[in-house]
Design a protein around this ligand. Structure first.
Ligand SMILES: Nc1nc2c(c(=O)[nH]1)N(C=O)[C@@H](CNc1ccc(C(=O)N[C@@H](CCC(=O)O)C(=O)O)cc1)CN2
Ligand SMILES: Nc1ncnc2c1ncn2[C@@H]1O[C@H](COP(=O)(O)OP(=O)(O)OP(=O)(O)O)[C@@H](O)[C@H]1O
Length: 183
């Protein structure tokens, strides 16, 4: 059955909220981190773009820590008007505040990185299919950013987020995710 992205997004958000403190989620995360760190994309990337996760998302803090320990540079997204997004260098001096959506974002002054310099983007999402389809929070920020992005792209899907078959209607602007790590 094909449903709208909006329907699946809402159902997923409900389920993810209920499961956010479950050990099963943490178990899945431990497996996904190990899979990520074994990829050549991870090993080769010096500049990494990644979000600061919300409670129901895959926890990105262990990934950020590992990147920093490996002396990689970490960049986090900042949303701008017109659904634009830039990536900001994560360093100790930067200020991070909750925006009106509840998402943690850097506030100025900050240093951004050019898109072509980002080597690996680890992207967030609430649902993924085996064939590379993705549903996010619904801002369309990543579809726009990925449109002319040439670096590597990886998503992490725990058991709740992963669909064997795409159950929703795909839009023309949806960009396929080339590598989805799953359990
Ligand atoms: N942790 C984390 N940070 C992230 C993202 C994410 O998914 N996770 N993003 C991933 O993209 C960006 C922020 N995403 C956003 C997605 C939607 C809206 C928003 O305003 N949503 C409206 C509905 C939008 C619409 O109808 O077009 C709303 O819910 O009211 C804002 C930011 C950047 N930072
Ligand atoms: N490249 C684009 N150009 C114009 N409109 C776009 C583009 N990408 C997405 N959109 C529009 O933005 C809206 C939200 O997109 P979508 O539902 O794919 O968001 P999402 O991928 O879930 O969110 P996000 O990428 O922020 O995590 C849709 O109406 C979609 O048509």
């Amino acid at each position: 059955m094909t449903q709208s992205k909006e329907d699946i997004r809402n159902k997923q958000l409900k389920q993810l909220k209920l499961a956010e403190n479950n050990w099963e989620k943490e178990q899945d995360e431990l497996i996904l981190y190990q899979k990520l760190f074994m990829t050549t994309e991870w090993k080769n990337a010096q500049n990494i773009g990644i979000t600061i996760s919300q409670a129901e998302e895959i926890d990105t803090k262990p990934i950020i820590l590992k990147a920093l320990l490996e002396k990689k540079e970490v960049y986090i997204p900042k949303t701008l008007p017109k659904r634009k997004m830039v990536f900001v260098h994560l360093k100790s001096e930067i200020n991070i505040k909750r925006n009106n959506m509840g998402i943690l974002e850097p506030v100025e002054p900050y240093e951004t990185i050019e898109k072509r310099m980002l080597e690996l983007l680890i992207i967030p999402g609430v649902a993924y299919s085996k064939s590379g389809d993705r549903i996010g929070y619904g801002g369309g920020f990543y579809d726009r950013y990925l449109f002319n992005f040439s670096g590597d792209v990886i998503a992490l899907a725990d058991r709740i987020r992963y669909f064997e078959k795409c159950a929703w209607k795909i839009e023309e602007t949806d960009i396929k995710i080339p590598k989805i790590l799953s359990i």
